[in-house]
Write a protein that binds this ligand. Sequence first.
Ligand code: NAD
Length: 282
Amino acid sequence: MARILDGKILSEKIKNNLQIEIKELKKKNIFPGLAVVLVGDDPASKIYVGSKEKACRELGIHSKVFRLGKDAAEKEILELLESLNADKEIHGILVQLPLPKHIDEKKIIEAIDPKKDVDCFHPENVGRLMVGNGQIFPCTPAGVMEILKEYNIEIAGKDAVVVGKSNIVGKPMAAMLLNAGATVTVCHSKTTNLKEKILGAEILVSAAGKPGLITVDMVKPGVVVIDVGINRNAEGRLTGDVDFEKVSRVAGAITPVPGGVGPMTIAMLMKNTVVAATRIYE
Ligand code: NAD
């Protein structure tokens, strides 16, 4: 039976440490602040924004949520970002994705001051990450790297497979594993012979958003499996991309869903906000 990589416990540990750090910052008159921009009424986005607000409250991070209607004009969002970029009480800015279709997502992301880009989606921060000079890291892949570190899972020299090539998870995940010395294969919906590629993995990160995609016949015994996927099954229960029940019998280690990467993502967002607040005063 695989070792369970518990992201819930680790995220609590990280948040407890951040809470102490934030108290110390406040003694120096630094009050970390996060602005979250939510456009439209996507139910999943509303839940995510709620969780981020709650985490800020628990840690003592000042947070402001801007809720704009689904028909909000691009110009309105750009003006809001301009004012948040200039706001001295705000150190981190996050625009919850996805945005409604009529908004140019790239333009919005590029309008965020890279120093306040706590999601690490701005091309300047992505570029720094690629050249191994990142100061802030995208929350979900950063959460995965923290899990691997906490459980002493060696990355250098390992064959890693990342399933998914989104700008939010797959691509930065591949870059971070590569920077840590893994040999990385990135698979996506056009990949042929997916099984063959995944069978080569010593570390497998699945971020496809497809329940049941990774079955037991696709994995090598002893593999470290990180399941980033968050899906709802027919009964409405949260599930990852991996057939947890069967794969956990042959894997060396595995993250559960829920309780794996999900809580780590929020903890990393809190960490990035504290880093951004500290950096501004350097
Ligand atoms: P996305 O839809 O932007 O990207 C999915 C990627 O998976 C694409 O690159 C696509 O090519 C690939 N893919 C889809 N079907 C595939 C298949 N059958 N075989 C191989 N590749 C396939 O999604 P995303 O934003 O990267 O998120 C991926 C998943 O991770 C979703 O389930 C999402 O909910 C979850 N997610 C979780 C967290 C977290 O905190 N745990 C954070 C972000 C995203």
